[in-house]
Design a protein around this ligand. Structure first.
Ligand SMILES: Cc1cc2nc3c(=O)[nH]c(=O)nc-3n(C[C@H](O)[C@H](O)[C@H](O)COP(=O)(O)OP(=O)(O)OC[C@H]3O[C@@H](n4cnc5c(N)ncnc54)[C@H](O)[C@@H]3O)c2cc1C
Length: 473
């Protein structure tokens, strides 16, 4: 589709049909007189991962943008997923706000038609004491979240983009190699369009460049945004596990002194493992046979080697006190399932770090997803924040279009930045704080977090507030 549009030239002036439509407003604002063979687009999205592809779907869905040329560039080839009995080892917990965005863009039915699993309850506890916290909706049958494989989400978005042809042009195997931004590149007029050079040698000019090109974003670098970037010196070991069949709808997370281990339900008998640990331990886990790996996972959930006697005693006294004051006020402990197998070839590990760009926008540029912020996966919020960016940015761009404004106008983009930083920064701070709080077995800290966790668990309104916050964009 994209290639076809790029080659449909008008016989008189060698411009594409799309270019002809775009030339009118451009000439009236006298930015440009002659593009020669250069291509133009109203919006270019660089990076078609889960966040970039959903950005393209959201914009393609907006009727106010139907006469705009929207181009999505993705460096990797187009992939097609054929579902089989094996599951992908990269998964995401999708919040209710993400499901809402996917419903609005007609993507959710595709995800459901393929496969995803409801999470009805979450149990979080630690190995240093008996304290725990559980989460569920007031109506126990209502879901807290869904778990889906990244491949399934990406396939659902690709299928939706296929139906949006004519609204969104997707160019696979197309990488942005060079970016010139007005206000950054010295030789550009401050109101000129962003200029991109692609790996196929073509150049493309756009009013608005959206960077969804992941944690090493070239768009962020070209925009010269100051970026905080550090490694947690931890790795996430992932795998697909088999358990003995039950109603598998609980997410299980246990904090160990080396980092949290989490199992998320993928089907009645399949779990996705995300085990955060030190790089040396991750290497050791990778070197184990499948049988020893399964033993290591079961041991991580069941052992009591780390119990801190002081914290445990205080915790038991506190628990009895809470039960006297508020009978039934704490929720009961469930036992995690026993792992019986690991899917062949599903074990892998990823280094973990935190990246945050001090700005998400400048004139004619906006960042979304991991290009703007990357965080520790312990609360499963990373891509959900990226989808939250998509919701807000598409709203702001649509408003700019309906006001008849230039889509790259900074005042609109600033509204996006302010809104998102108000939401993203507290989440990053909380998750980073939790990581630090649980990454120690120092007795006073163990005691503090044990009591804190139990107190929160006993306070239903506070827990409801936490669920409400986690459900938001
Ligand atoms: C172990 C682990 C578990 C996680 N679990 C969760 C979870 O449960 N819930 C959750 O919300 N998040 C989770 N996350 C985070 C989540 O995976 C990321 O936030 C998400 O994948 C980021 O998506 P993205 O589209 O922004 O970036 P990416 O997935 O990095 O996509 C970037 C895309 O841009 C393309 N690209 C790059 N450069 C260029 C270029 N120059 N030109 C064109 N294209 C380009 C790439 O090919 C790629 O397709 C987890 C992360 C890890 C490591």
């Amino acid at each position: 589709m994209a290639t076809k549009l790029f080659t449909q030239k008008c016989c008189h002036c060698l411009a594409t049909a799309k270019q002809l439509r775009l030339f009118r407003p451009m000439v009236s604002r006298h930015y440009q007189t002659n593009y020669g063979d250069e291509q133009t687009a109203d919006i270019v999205i660089s990076g078609g991962g889960m966040v970039g592809a959903s950005m393209a779907c959201a914009l393609g869905h907006e009727s106010i943008l139907q006469n705009k040329r929207i181009v999505l560039l993705e460096a990797a080839p187009k992939k097609t997923l054929i579902l089989s009995e094996s599951y992908g080892n990269r998964t995401c917990t999708l919040s209710p706000a993400t499901v809402q965005l996917f419903e609005k863009c007609d993507v959710w039915s595709e995800v459901e038609d393929m496969r995803c699993q409801k999470v009805l309850r979450m149990q979080v506890w630690e190995s240093c004491s008996n304290s725990l916290i559980t989460f569920n909706q007031e109506n126990m049958a209502d879901e807290l979240a869904y778990v889906a494989e990244n491949d399934v989400i990406q396939e659902a978005l690709t299928r939706r983009l296929d139906t949006l042809q004519g609204r969104v042009e997707v160019m696979y195997k197309t990488r942005v190699d060079d970016i010139k931004i007005p206000g950054v590149s010295k030789d550009m007029d401050s109101n000129a369009w962003v200029k991109l050079v692609l790996n196929n040698g073509q150049t493309l000019k756009t009013k608005l460049l959206i960077g969804s090109d992941g944690m090493n974003s070239s768009v962020r670098k070209a925009a010269q945004f100051h970026t905080v970037n550090f490694s947690y010196n931890q790795k996430a070991v992932v795998a697909v596990l088999n358990i003995l069949g039950t109603d598998n709808n609980v997410a299980w997370q246990r904090f160990l002194p080396t980092g949290p281990i989490a199992m998320l339900p993928l089907s009645d008998t399949v779990m996705s493992l995300i085990w955060t640990t030190s790089p040396d331990h991750a290497e050791h886990l990778s070197s184990l046979s499948d049988e020893s790996f399964i033993d290591a996972v079961n041991d991580a959930y069941w052992h009591d080697r780390d119990i801190n006697e002081v914290a445990n005693k205080v915790s038991s006294t506190f628990q009895s006190l809470v039960q006297t004051l508020s009978p039934g006020g704490t929720s009961c402990r469930q036992l995690p399932p026993t792992v019986t197998g690991v899917q062949k070839g599903s074990r892998a590990s990823f280094p973990l770090g935190l990246t945050h760009s001090s700005n998400y926008v400048r004139h004619r540029v906006a960042l979304v997803g991991d290009a703007a912020h990357r965080l520790h996966p312990l609360a499963g919020q990373g891509v959900n924040l990226g989808f939250g960016d998509v919701s807000k940015l598409s709203e702001v761009i649509s408003r700019a279009a309906s006001d008849g404004s230039d889509l790259g106008t900074l005042s609109y983009l600033k509204e996006y930045e302010t809104d998102r930083q108000r939401k993203v920064l507290p989440v990053i701070g909380t998750i980073d704080g939790l990581h630090r709080l649980y990454n120690t077995d120092f007795t006073p800290i163990v005691l503090l977090r044990t009591l804190g966790l139990q107190a929160v668990n006993a306070l239903t309104p506070l827990k409801d507030k936490i669920i409400e916050q986690a459900s938001k964009k």
